[in-house]
Ligand binder design. Structure first.
Ligand code: ATP
Ligand code: MG
Length: 676
């Protein structure tokens, strides 16, 4: 395929040349997957065309676009040089790098000069723009630096960085030379880092002197040093991007990025992309660890590129030249797929934000949207719930009319939060559902197709390529409408989904395919399909409790509690009970903690909450206790750690807490139970 045909986005067309409807797209993806994906494959550039679209001879190990050779970085960057060289590829904004920080660490300004330019300093944030042409240069320098430091095709590189543009260069540069990146979320401690370094057998670590969170300086370099000490497999080099925050005194393994970059820059280094067979891994990424030890998800190359390019068009309706903002972290699947790869694959501009949702004030997100005319937004409910606790008038101070859709995923989006957001922001709010494993949405709405109206409380319906359905957990038989069951996907999964657990095929099978002869991928989430074909997620299989023989999803109870106007967020867990088996108990975080300052008020709120649950689910779901901690323990990705809360409620040790973000919440929960 030549460059020109590669750039034409081909569509599945009906004989009358009408654009296809979503139903037609979905049907063809399920009944004729090879034809469907062969069409979609034209969205990317192949150096060598695939010989076979799908090899499903060894399920559940599926291979897509066998024999095809491509390069993710080429598809994200080089391909757009002819048409979009001067368009912004990235807009970086940091509310952490403000005038106050610069006054304390003046070297931060020099560091920008050393690392590139186009920086605008404002009182409360710093902005940096990077065109496709700039990105092309930076990625080539970065790839050259990697090669000069011994990194080759197939080597693993751990990226442990905050939300700065150099992190995106690092990922794209790895992709360019066929190295496998493994981004470790910057909030993880040395121990988590060491485990991941060992699992990946990383040859290089890329990091920074320091990260910033809410004005607090985090010593990344020292965490890396500790991680290396704890790890069994030591890297050959540590490449350090010095931001000018903490003094950087290079140690034997350390390499200074600014010095290396200037060598590459003076040489005008260009690194030819390495053509990668479609099924070779592009990256490794660990799941959030909400239910247990994180799993190392392995992503392929060609399928990943095709899947993301297709999703950007069919699901998000993101078009070249538009601006996409995934308010997430580069260390999560959302950051990989929708901050870095997919927007660039589609020729869009992607916003990268370093900062919190409410700093310098709770209007920061909307101010960024207004100033940069963001077209599509994506975040997790946890950030929105944080805003819900703030002064609401911030929600309407800025013009957000550029936003076509605001997508949410990662956790159940309770109806009252969705409603609150819609009401105050006035843009379409769309829940959708996916996993680190899938890398792109499994269930969603499709604003592009006007397929079905969005239904509040549902993340939508199965996306093309996913033969997703709700089945009876014991028999594997499909459930009728309205009947609860396990959300499963018939193998093979579509392109872009995990191909295995890194160097652990057994764990891949035992985690996802142990039910029903390995023919069904288990999401480990319960769901129900309603009469109109909309799916509803009912919670994780771990979070179902059995009260006197009745199976209750804790999420249903949480949903009922969330209707209370004072609720910011809540978690319901089941605790052991001699008589009934299990009993639900509720932990409620209020928008204003002062509401439960007196015993009298607390009692009144408790009664209202219990009343709301009984009214919507009946007496069987009645919480045996309601506690009011000021915060709930969460994973680093902002998900409520119900397994920790359950352990606390039952007086057991909390177990593996390596993914816990806010240790203070553990004490808050304990204290709330004591106060009761
Ligand atoms: P681990 O698998 O390590 O326990 P995790 O499942 O939290 O961690 P992720 O891959 O980040 O790791 O999260 C995917 C999960 O998040 C889904 O399986 C589901 O439970 C939940 N989820 C994602 N989107 C939604 C949504 N829109 N509604 C409800 N739940 C969602
Ligand atoms: Mg999971």
């Amino acid at each position: 395929m030549n460059e020109q045909t590669a750039n034409q986005t081909s569509q599945v067309t009906t004989p009358t040349q009408q654009p296809p409807t979503f139903s037609e797209i979905y049907q063809s993806s399920i009944t004729q997957p090879q034809e469907f994906w062969a069409q979609q494959a034209k969205r990317i550039y192949w150096h060598k065309e695939p010989e076979q679209i799908l090899d499903d001879s060894n399920l559940p190990f599926a291979k897509w676009f066998v024999g095809g050779e491509t390069n993710l970085c080429y598809n994200c960057v080089d391909r757009y040089l002819p048409e979009r060289a001067e368009q912004d590829a990235f807009i970086w904004l940091s509310s952490e790098v403000n005038q106050e920080l610069i006054a304390t660490f003046p070297a931060v300004v020099d560091a920008f000069n050393d690392l590139g330019n186009n920086v605008e300093f404002y009182t409360d944030y710093t902005k940096r723009r990077l065109t496709y042409n700039d990105l092309y240069k930076e990625v080539n320098y970065f790839a050259d630096v990697l090669q000069r430091n011994g990194i080759r095709h197939g080597d693993r590189v751990v990226i442990y960085m905050p939300m700065i543009l150099e992190a995106t260069y690092a990922m794209l540069a790895c992709a360019r030379i066929g190295a496998i990146h493994s981004v470790v979320f910057g909030g993880f401690a040395a121990h988590n880092l060491a485990i991941r370094m060992d699992d990946a057998e990383a040859k290089m670590i890329i990091t920074v002197d320091a990260g910033l969170r809410g004005g607090k300086v985090i010593n990344y370099k020292s965490l890396v040093n500790q991680g290396i000490e704890q790890a069994t497999v030591k890297p050959e080099h540590v490449l350090v991007v010095d931001r000018g925050i903490l003094p950087f005194k290079p140690q034997p393994l350390d390499v200074d990025y600014a010095t290396e970059r200037s060598i590459s820059r003076n040489a005008n280094a260009i690194v030819e992309p390495v053509w990668i067979e479609s099924n070779e891994p592009s990256y490794l990424l660990y799941t959030s660890g909400t239910t247990g030890t994180p799993k190392g998800v392995q992503r392929d190359t060609g399928g990943h590129a095709v899947a993301l390019a297709t999703s950007m068009d069919y699901i998000y309706d993101g078009q070249a030249g538009e601006t996409f903002w995934a308010i997430s972290d580069i260390g999560w699947a959302v950051g990989h797929s929708y901050m870095v790869y997919a927007p660039l694959l589609a020729g869009m501009t992607s916003v990268v934000y370093e900062g919190l949702p409410h700093r310098p004030n709770p209007g920061i997100w909307w101010r960024i949207v207004e100033a940069n005319k963001v077209n599509i937004l994506f975040t997790a409910p946890t950030g929105v719930r944080m805003l819900k606790k703030q002064d609401e008038t911030w929600m309407t101070r800025y013009d957000v009319s550029s936003v076509k859709s605001f997508f949410l995923a990662g956790e159940p989006l309770d109806e009252s939060t969705a409603q609150w957001l819609k009401q105050h922001l006035g843009v379409p709010i769309l829940d959708h559902y996916w996993q680190t494993e899938s890398g792109w949405p499994i269930l969603s709405n499709t604003p592009k197709f006007n397929h079905k109206p969005h239904k509040q409380g549902s993340p939508g319906y199965p996306m093309y390529g996913y033969d997703a359905h709700v089945i009876n957990e014991e028999t594997g038989e499909p459930c009728a409408a309205g009947e609860k069951g396990l959300l499963a996907i018939r193998a093979p999964l579509p392109p872009g989904c995990l191909t295995t657990v890194w160097r652990n095929d057994e764990r891949f099978i035992s985690s996802y395919y142990s039910l029903f002869d390995g023919k069904q991928y288990s999401t480990s989430d319960y769901a129900v399909v309603d009469e109109d074909g909309y799916f509803h997620i009912l919670g994780r299989t771990d979070d179902v409790i059995n009260v006197a023989g009745h199976r209750l999803g804790t999420q249903e109870i949480e949903e009922a509690i969330s209707t209370h106007p004072e609720m910011a967020e809540c978690a319901v867990v089941g605790i052991h009970d001699e008589l009934k088996g299990e009993l639900p108990i509720a932990f409620c975080v209020l928008r204003d903690q002062a509401l439960v300052a007196t015993t009298e008020n607390r009692f009144r709120l408790e009664q209202q909450i219990i009343g709301a649950v009984v009214k919507s689910l009946g007496g069987i779901a009645r919480p045996a206790a309601v506690y009011f901690p000021p915060a709930l323990p969460k994973t680093r990705s902002g998900k409520i750690l119900r397994r920790a809360i359950r352990a606390l409620a039952e007086g057991r040790p909390t177990g593996d807490m390596s993914t816990l973000d806010n240790p203070a919440a553990i004490d808050a929960v304990k204290q709330a139970m004591k106060d009761y």
